[in-house]
Design a protein around this ligand. Structure first.
Ligand SMILES: Nc1ncnc2c1ncn2[C@@H]1O[C@H](COP(=O)(O)OP(=O)(O)OP(=O)(O)O)[C@@H](O)[C@H]1O
Ligand SMILES: [Mg+2]
Length: 265
């Protein structure tokens, strides 16, 4: 596998707190890779570290064969790495279209024709955004805001897109649309790192996945293997695994005595 992104033994954190303790992961060109992990595991910190927002303390990050662990965020975006942050972080008082144009701000080709073309592409992808393009971003629904945040990232023409919990707070139909747009992006040649709490949707669309637990990668594998892994099932798929089976057996073992005790004599 030629790896597009190569994170090797990276540690980072805030102040005196180290959050990531030697995290390593690889993403190959045109892969969809998911990162699962509980609240506070360090998923968003990992994305912020890759993007140069949180400094790397030790380890290296390579993107397309070049080290980026000391590059600043704008330079990283120009190389083709772009993130959609958790909770979207749109500029609420700016219009949808202004937010999208902001996504193209740092890139090389900002000719009016190129910007118009790329806006059109986004509006074809997300027709709702075209209808709402002159509205302020804060007036959009949660799902529309997520679309706008993804469209804004696409405006940078990323090669690798990092998505931080895009399904958060969205209805199932909207989650499906987001998943579809990830699949379409890959079909157009894109590569994706998808951080998700919605493990089922994420593993459904991903080629491979990692589990991050308190700043360390604890499980890595093909998406199908993760779906079948009892530890993953218990922690992230609402308990179809060994823990849930054990509970089921405890309930079954007690059922006959419960039934006897509760029957009227
Ligand atoms: N800006 C910050 N300053 C200090 N500590 C932070 C900061 N951001 C995150 N942390 C801490 O780092 C740890 C990891 O947080 P992070 O946001 O990376 O987790 P996460 O896996 O994204 O969680 P969630 O699923 O809730 O989004 C947490 O203990 C959090 O309190
Ligand atoms: Mg997070």
């Amino acid at each position: 596998m030629t790896s597009m992104l190569d994170v090797a033994a990276v540690s980072s954190g805030y102040g005196r707190t180290e959050v990531l303790h030697g995290v390593s992961l690889e993403i190959g060109a045109h892969e969809i890779v998911t990162m699962l992990g509980a609240n506070g595991a360090g998923k968003s910190t990992l994305l912020a570290t890759i993007m140069g927002v949180v400094p790397v303390r030790s380890g290296t990050i390579g993107f397309l064969g070049e080290p980026i662990e000391t590059a600043d965020t704008a330079a990283i975006v120009r190389r083709g790495l772009c993130a959609v942050p958790e909770r979207r972080q749109l500029f609420g008082d700016m219009t949808v279209e202004e937010n999208l144009l902001l996504g193209a701000y740092g890139r090389a080709d900002r000719s009016p024709a190129a910007l118009r073309d790329d806006l059109d592409t986004q509006y074809q992808l997300f027709p709702r955004l075209r209808e709402r393009r002159r509205q302020s971003a804060q007036s959009l629904s949660g799902g529309e805001q997520q679309m706008a945040a993804i469209a804004r990232a696409f405006m940078a023409r990323p090669k690798l897109l990092l998505l931080d919990e895009p399904s958060l707070g969205l209805a199932p139909l909207m989650v499906e649309q987001i998943v579809q747009c990830i699949v379409d992006f890959r079909a157009r040649g894109g590569t994706v790192l998808l951080v998700e709490q919605n493990a089922r949707a994420a593993l459904g669309v991903a080629d491979r996945g990692y589990v991050l637990a308190t700043g360390r990668i604890t499980i890595a594998g093909r998406a199908g293997d993760l779906l079948a892994n009892p530890a993953v099932q218990d922690a992230y798929l609402g308990g179809q695994g060994s823990g849930a089976r054990a509970m089921e057996e405890r309930i079954r073992a007690r059922a006959s005595s419960y039934n006897r005790a509760s029957q009227p004599q």
